[in-house]
Structures are given as C-alpha cells and as structure tokens.
Design a protein around this ligand. Structure first.
Ligand code: ZN
Ligand code: ZN
Length: 182
C-alpha cells in the first residue's frame, strides 16, 4: 500500500465504501476531514499546513465499480530545491479514480485494483498525498527567481555574490597566453 511518496501513519483518513450503501446507478457526496501525511520528495520531508483539511468525496456506483473523486486544497511547506530556504506551494486539486468491482465484487482480469484500497476501505490520506505530489510544480522554490547556492563555496547567492569566479574557459586561456607572449 505504498506508492513512493512516504510512509502511512495509522491515523490516516479512510472511507468504507460499503458503508455508503449505494445501489448501482446511485451517487453520494461526503464532506470530511482529511489527514494529509508528510511527503518525501528527493529525500527531503515536506509538510502540509495544516495537516487536516476539509475535503469533498463523491462516489458513483456503476455496473463495473465505483467512480470516486476527491477534492481538497492544501498548503505544502519544506526546503526550496535550489537554496534549501523555506518554500511553500498552495494548490487546489481534484483526484479521480475508478475502483473496479464495487458492490458486484467481480473484478475482471483486465481491471487494475487501486493501490489505496484494502477490502472496502479506501485510504483517502495516502491517495490525497500522492495526488498532491503529482500536482506540484516541477520545481519547488523559495521564490521564482531564487539564485540558489554557489556550486563552489555553497554560499546563498540570494544574500549576495560570493568571491568565487566561474572556472576559466580553456579557449580563453590559450588566447591570453598568446597575447601575453606576443
Ligand atoms: Zn531559494
Ligand atoms: Zn562561491
């Protein structure tokens, strides 16, 4: 039941699909409090603030299974990728998943079970965390024009230029030699 973005605490928000009591063709919506577990990205930990948000879960029971969607907003905080200074991103996401089988209990061969389902229990927290991770911008930065750290001395270039010089280009070295000799 893991999908790469971190571990799953026991207090995860889950939803019992059978408790919804839907008949085929029927739909239902639920407002719930959703726990958002910390997220691991490139070996670093990112946290949702707050880690409990309001979410809307909607279910439709079809012949072949449940069509499920989950909507929520979040604020994720953690180290920016260039300078490791504090970065945050706020997003509103809607996740959709089809859960084969449903009340029919008849998952065919070509139907892929959702990784977030254990029996009738849908792990909303694990699902929400992965959906948040998949919707993040390509780079999480403290600010759009973050200058990052100097690759030579590690100084934070946002605080000012360090004394390092870029490595000399060998072609210019040759020219300089030629000029100095001539
Ligand atoms: Zn930065
Ligand atoms: Zn430097």
């Amino acid at each position: 039941m893991e999908r790469g973005f971190g571990s799953m605490p026991a207090e995860n928000t889950t939803f019992d699909l059978s408790a919804a009591g839907l008949e085929t063709g029927a739909s239902a919506e639920f407002e719930l409090e959703l726990l958002l577990p910390p997220l691991q990205l490139a070996g670093r930990e990112y946290r949702f603030v707050p880690d409990r948000v309001k979410a809307r879960l909607s279910l439709v029971l079809l012949e072949a299974g449940y069509a499920v969607s989950l909507s929520f907003s979040f604020l994720l905080t953690g180290p920016g990728w260039r300078c490791l200074g504090p970065a945050e991103v706020a997003l509103e996401v809607t996740a959709e998943e089809f859960i084969a089988g449903g009340a029919m209990g008849d998952a065919g061969d070509e139907e892929i079970p959702t990784p977030y389902l254990d029996g009738n229990l849908l792990d909303l927290s694990a699902w929400a965390r992965d959906v948040a991770a998949e919707n993040l911008p390509a780079k999480l930065l403290c600010r759009q024009d973050c200058r990052g750290l100097c690759s030579q001395c590690g100084a934070d270039l946002n605080a000012g230029q360090c004394d390092c010089r870029p490595p000399a280009d060998p072609r210019w070295e040759k020219l300089r030699q030629w000029r100095d000799e001539g």
